[in-house]
Design a protein around this ligand. Structure first.
Ligand SMILES: [Zn+2]
Length: 250
């Protein structure tokens, strides 16, 4: 296996999602490739850091001590007032520091969750092509694909046929992302495959639309009418954007 092929498989490999043949070919490659081996070690370290929760930020005890010391040195004479403004200010500063730390920590968790989801989406896309399992139902007819999901999912994903616009619907597949079964609709543009993942989401914190590139794949994401959409392909961003635009049209 080449380096590029191996690197595409490292995330699912570290997550234990590869079949034994896949794991074996990754292992035989990393025995002779220092670069891929280093990547595996980094991924293992990241996974265990996230699991141990050691990434959560807590304000160090030293900070509290330093704040108190700074206040003491700034006020040589003790105040006689019952309500000491300096102490109030100190506590307010400390509270602010703690709140800031907590906000940073939640933001970090949120973006690392999103990064995890993006990796899962890319892995699903790569796996669907490598394992020769791109569709569970193969049809370019949206009247066949759409009802196929009925009974398998508790929502009805759109299955828009874009053959005339150059993006041929070739079928659908059940996949598992974001801790739930999701619909994957598969389109083809010349020799390139495009996976469209769709599932219900009313998370207002997720940006309305963004696009990014990961491991040589382009991703476009948007939300609409309570559903979240992720488009992923090795197709260039311009054509993938065109596909997204057509999918969003009423
Ligand atoms: Zn390599």
């Amino acid at each position: 296996m080449s380096c590029r092929e191996t690197k595409n498989l490292l995330n699912p490999y570290v997550d234990g999602e590869l079949d034994s043949a896949g794991s074996l070919s990754v292992e035989s490659h990393i025995q002779r490739c220092a670069s891929c081996l280093a990547d595996v070690e980094r991924l293992h370290a990241l996974a265990s850091a996230i699991q141990s929760g050691g990434l959560r930020f807590t304000a160090p005890k030293r900070l509290k001590r330093d704040v108190n010391a700074a206040i003491r040195s700034a006020s040589p004479r003790p105040s006689r007032s019952l309500f000491d403004w300096r102490w109030a200010t100190a506590f307010a500063s400390l509270a602010l520091v703690l709140v800031l730390g907590w906000t940073l920590a939640t933001k970090w968790t949120r973006s690392s969750e999103e990064a995890g989801l993006v990796n899962d989406i890319v892995s699903s896309h790569v796996r669907s092509m490598m394992a020769n399992h791109i569709t569970d139902v193969a049809s370019s007819d949206s009247h066949t694909v759409k009802p196929w999901f009925g009974g398998k999912l508790d929502y009805s994903p759109p299955a828009k046929d874009l053959t005339e616009q150059g993006f041929r619907l070739i079928g659908g597949r059940l996949d598992y992302l974001d801790n739930r079964p999701v619909a994957a609709l598969v389109y083809q543009r010349s020799q390139h495959f495009i996976n469209l993942f769709v599932w219900p989401s009313n998370d207002a914190a997720i940006p309305q639309q963004d696009q990014l590139a990961r491991q040589g794949y382009n991703l476009i994401h948007w939300t609409k009418a309570g559903m979240t959409y992720w488009l992923v392909s090795e197709l260039n961003l311009k054509e993938l954007n065109e596909c997204a635009r057509l999918l969003k049209e009423e």
